[in-house]
Design a protein around this ligand. Structure first.
Ligand code: NAP
Length: 528
C-alpha cells in the first residue's frame, strides 16, 4: 500500500466487522456474539489527525445497545467455565494473530492516532509482548491457605482464600494508546475469567475494534467479549451506570475519572488518570543525559502520554547550561506529517487539543515565561515548544500539558523543587537526575506519586513494573500480575475441622491434660 494513502488496510480477517459506504469503512459493534449496527442506526465520523479527513465511521451505541452488551456479558460465563489452560490456548492464538497482522495494526494506529511508524509499531509490539507476559502471570492465579491455629477464636478451623472473577468488567480507554491500553484491561480481565464490555475512545476506536476481532477469532467464547462505540457522555455514561457491571476499569482524564467515581455506586473501580510529571534536575546531574531525557520525555508522541515529563525543575546553579542543551536537543526533532519516516513529532489528536495547549503556552508567556522555541500551530500540528523561566503561577506549571512543550521552571534548590512537585494535585510519576545515591533516595522518598524514575524519563513500556497514581491521578495498580489482582475478588472459604477430630473441643481436652497455665491459655471458655 502507498505509504501516503489514508486508506485503512483491512485484511480478510476483518471482513464482517465493517461494510464500505461511500468508500469509507463503517465499523459495527460486537454484542452477544454478533457484529451489528446501533439499534437506532446513528454513526459518527473518525477523523485522522494527519489531515483531518474522515477515515472511518463507527456506531453510536445507545442506552439499548449498551444494555444488550452488558446483559450478554452477564449471561455468558463461558470464559469463566473454561479451564485456565484452555484460556491460555485462546490467548496464544491471539498473540500469533497480532504478530501476523502487526504491520496492519501499526498502519491503523498511524492513521487514527497520528503516530510515527516507529511509535505505532512499538505500540503493537508492546501489546503482543504484554499479552504473553499476562498469560504467564495468569498461570499463577492461586490463593492462600490460612491455618486457624494462631488465634483462640479460630482454633479448629482453617481457610482457603481464593481469587474469583468479578463478573462484568467495563473497560473505558483513552485516545493516546488506543490499542495497548484497551488490551491491558481486556486481556487480564478475560484471562481471570471475567466477561468484558469495552468502550474505546471515540477519537480513534478502530484498533480496539480490530483487537476485539482478533480475540473473537482466537476463540473467546461468544458473548463474553463485547465492544460498544460512541461518545463518552452517552455510551460511556450508560456503561458506568449499568447495574450489572461489577467493575469499571478506566483510563483517561482526571475530570472524567472523578465523575465516574461519583456515579459508580458500589462498583469496584480501577482509575488511571491524568498526571503532571516533574523532572527534578539537581546540581550534580549529568546534564547531557538530563537534557536528552527531558526532551524525549516531553516530546515523545507529541507529549500525549500520561507519563510525559510535563515540567522540568532545573535548580538555579545548572539552569542556564541545561536550558542551552535542551534547546539544542529540541532543534534535532523534525516536526511534521508522521508518514515521513524522519519526522519525530507529529500532530496532536485534533485541532481543539492544539488550541488548548496554545492557551497554556500563551498564559505562561503573559505571566513572564520566555518562549525559546515553537509556540505556534496549524490545524492539529503544534510545534515542539520550549518555555523557560516559567512562573509557578502559570497554569502550565501545575496542569497536565498533554502536548509537545518542554516547560522549564527554575527553583532555587532541591527543597524548592520538591516543594513545587509535592504541591501538585496529581501523583502519577516524576523523575530525578542526580549522581548522588543519597539524594536519589531522599528525593524518591519525598515525592508524592506512584512511581519515581531515577536518571531517566518515566516510561511504562510493556508495563513490566507496577504503575498507577495517588491523589488526583487515580486508584489501583496496573502491571502484569497487579492487573489480574485488580480484576479478581477474594473469597474466603472457612472449614470447621471439628468433625475430623481436629476441632476446638479436642484441642481444649488435650490441653486439659497438660493442666496449669497452658490449660488456662488454650481453654476457649477462659476469660469469659
Ligand atoms: P478522556 O477524555 O477522559 O476520555 C477517556 C475515555 O473516557 C474515552 O473513551 C471517552 O470517550 C470516555 N469518556 C468521556 N467522558 C465520559 C463520561 N462522562 N462517562 C464515561 N466515559 C467517558 O481522556 P482522553 O483525552 O481520551 O485521554 C487523555 C487523558 O488520559 C489524559 O489526562 C491522560 O493523562 C490520561 N491517561 C492516563 C493514563 C494512566 O495510566 N494514568 C494513561 C493514558 C492516558 P470519548 O472518547 O467519546 O470522549
Amino acid at each position: 500500500m502507498d505509504k501516503d494513502s489514508l486508506e485503512l488496510p483491512l485484511s480478510p480477517l476483518f471482513d464482517g466487522i465493517y461494510s464500505v459506504l461511500d468508500d469509507i469503512p463503517n465499523f459495527r459493534m460486537l454484542i452477544g456474539g454478533k457484529w451489528r449496527g446501533a439499534k437506532v442506526g446513528s454513526q459518527f465520523d473518525v477523523h485522522t489527525p494527519i489531515d483531518g479527513s474522515v477515515i472511518a465511521r463507527a456506531q453510536m451505541a445507545s442506552l439499548m445497545d449498551v444494555d444488550s452488551a452488558v446483559t450478554a456479558a452477564k449471561e455468558n460465563r463461558g470464559i469463566r467455565d473454561l479451564p485456565g489452560i484452555e484460556r491460555i490456548d485462546i490467548f496464544n492464538c491471539a498473540a500469533g494473530l497480532l504478530d501476523q497482522h502487526k504491520d496492519e495494526f501499526a498502519r491503523v494506529l498511524q492513521l487514527e492516532a497520528g503516530k510515527s511508524m516507529r511509535d505505532a509499531t512499538g505500540e503493537v509490539e508492546a501489546t503482543a509482548h504484554r499479552l504473553r507476559l499476562t498469560m504467564e502471570e495468569a498461570k499463577r492465579i492461586f490463593g492462600d491457605y490460612v491455618p486457624g491455629d494462631w488465634s483462640h477464636d479460630a482454633v479448629g478451623k482453617m481457610a482457603l482464600v481464593i481469587r474469583e472473577p468479578i463478573g462484568v468488567v467495563a473497560v473505558i480507554s483513552p485516545f493516546n494508546y488506543p490499542l495497548y491500553i484497551a488490551s491491558t484491561k481486556m486481556i487480564p480481565a478475560l484471562l481471570a475469567g471475567n466477561s468484558v464490555v469495552v468502550k474505546p475512545s471515540s477519537s480513534n476506536p478502530i484498533s480496539a475494534l480490530l483487537l476485539v476481532r482478533v480475540l473473537e477469532a482466537s476463540g473467546v467464547p461468544e458473548g463474553c467479549l463485547n465492544v460498544v462505540t460512541g461518545k463518552g457522555e452517552e455510551t460511556g455514561d450508560a456503561l458506568i451506570k449499568h447495574e450489572k457491571v461489577g467493575m469499571i476499569n478506566f483510563t483517561g482524564s482526571t475530570p472524567v475519572g472523578k465523575r465516574i467515581s461519583q456515579m459508580a455506586s458500589m462498583k469496584k473501580l480501577h482509575l488511571e488518570l491524568g498526571g503532571k510529571g516533574y523532572a527534578l534536575v539537581l546540581e550534580d546531574a549529568d546534564l547531557d543525559l538530563a537534557a536528552q531525557k527531558c526532551v524525549f520525555g516531553s516530546l515523545k508522541f507529541s507529549g500525549q502520554r500520561c507519563d510525559a515529563i510535563s515540567a522540568v525543575l532545573a535548580v538555579e546553579a545548572i539552569a542556564d547550561d541545561l536550558c542551552d542543551k535542551i534547546v539544542r536537543e529540541v532543534d534535532r526533532w523534525k516536526f511534521g506529517d508522521p508518514r515521513d519516516e524522519s519526522v519525530m513529532a507529529g500532530p496532536v489528536i485534533n485541532q481543539s487539543a492544539a488550541e488548548r495547549i496554545h492557551g497554556m503556552v500563551m498564559d505562561a508567556v503573559e505571566k513572564g515565561a520566555r518562549l525559546l522555541r515553537g509556540g505556534k500551530f496549524h490545524d492539529s500540528y503544534y510545534e515542539p515548544t520550549v518555555l523557560d523561566d516559567v512562573p509557578v503561577s502559570s497554569v502550565i506549571a501545575h496542569e497536565e500539558t498533554f502536548g509537545p512543550v518542554v516547560t522549564i521552571l527554575r527553583p532555587k534548590d532541591e527543597d524548592e523543587a520538591l516543594k513545587i512537585a509535592r504541591q501538585s494535585k496529581y501523583g502519577l510519576e516524576s523523575c530525578v537526575f542526580t549522581r548522588d545515591f543519597y539524594r536519589m533516595w531522599r528525593v524518591a522518598k519525598r515525592l508524592e506519586c506512584g512511581e519515581v524514575t531515577v536518571n531517566d524519563y518515566p516510561s511504562h513500556g510493556v508495563g513490566y513494573f507496577p504503575f498507577g497514581g495517588i491523589k488526583d491521578s487515580g486508584m489501583g495498580r496496573e502491571g502484569i500480575g497487579y492487573s489480574i489482582d485488580e480484576m479478581t475478588n477474594i473469597k474466603t472459604i472457612v472449614f470447621n475441622l471439628e468433625a475430623g477430630g481436629l476441632g476446638k473441643k479436642e484441642q481444649a481436652a488435650a490441653a486439659c491434660k497438660t493442666g496449669g497455665l497452658r490449660k488456662a491459655r488454650t481453654d476457649p471458655e477462659n476469660g469469659k
